[in-house]
Design a protein around this ligand. Structure first.
Ligand SMILES: [Zn+2]
Ligand SMILES: [Zn+2]
Length: 226
């Protein structure tokens, strides 16, 4: 077996002494059951090399335990990451840029997949960003969009056609460009066709156009049937 910490030679410090000094690890110089002469964790005596090698020899178990830990400690992890970032802004940004350059392709593929699966989040994000640019008030979340879809029984608010899983547009009833808010009270879900027809018209303007279109259609129908 690979010996990761074989270079470690001390100093020797007992578990009790390390604990008294507030250290995380202690080192007795004696090998573990698997033969690693490595540092041990003060809390449970586990060998540092064993714990480093375990994920590699048990990838599935490791993934499962990581998922479980992340799920039960989500808040704690979020807080830690935030405070770590605040304390090491420059280092973190540089690391992030380096990481992105190295894994650009995989990151972009994963991001695309995530966007496909999380349409409501993407739409909410895009709207909120656009609203901030325009200094429009109000904000909404992906849950607001999902609630609105189920409130409209998964149907377009204009033509009542069925909205398929991701094929819908979130419309600002009063467009942002005309001073509308970005809050959930100014939203409706439309099918792509209706939303593109509506564009940045006010509800009254759109109503007028729809009325004249329906009149023309009625007129043509009467003429044809005569
Ligand atoms: Zn070991
Ligand atoms: Zn429609």
């Amino acid at each position: 077996m690979q010996d990761l910490n074989s270079q470690y030679q001390g100093p020797i410090i007992t578990r009790k002494q390390a604990k008294e000094l507030g250290l995380k690890y202690y080192f007795t110089g004696k090998p573990c059951n698997r033969g690693h002469t490595s540092q041990r964790l003060c809390t449970n005596r586990s060998c540092l090399d064993c714990s480093r090698l375990w994920p590699k020899s048990n990838p599935e178990k490791w993934d499962a335990s990581q998922k479980k830990y992340k799920k039960t400690n989500a808040e704690k992890i979020k807080k830690y990451r935030k405070s770590h970032y605040e304390k090491n802004k420059e280092h973190c940004s540089a690391w992030g840029r380096k990481y992105y350059e190295k894994h650009r392709l995989q990151i972009n593929i994963k991001h695309k997949e995530w966007k496909k699966k999380n349409k409501a989040s993407v739409k909410a994000c895009t709207h909120n960003r656009r609203a901030t640019k325009r200094n429009a008030g109000g904000k909404h979340t992906k849950t607001d969009i999902e609630n609105l879809i189920s409130l409209q029984n998964h149907k377009c608010n204009n033509c009542s056609c069925c909205l398929h899983k991701s094929n819908y547009h979130v419309d600002h009833i009063i467009p942002l460009s005309r001073g509308g808010s970005n809050g959930k009270e100014n939203l409706q879900i439309l099918c792509p066709h209706c939303n593109l027809c509506k564009g940045d018209k006010l509800p009254t303007e759109w109503e007028r156009i729809r009325y004249s279109v329906s009149l023309t259609a009625q007129f043509n129908f009467t003429r044809l049937s005569q």
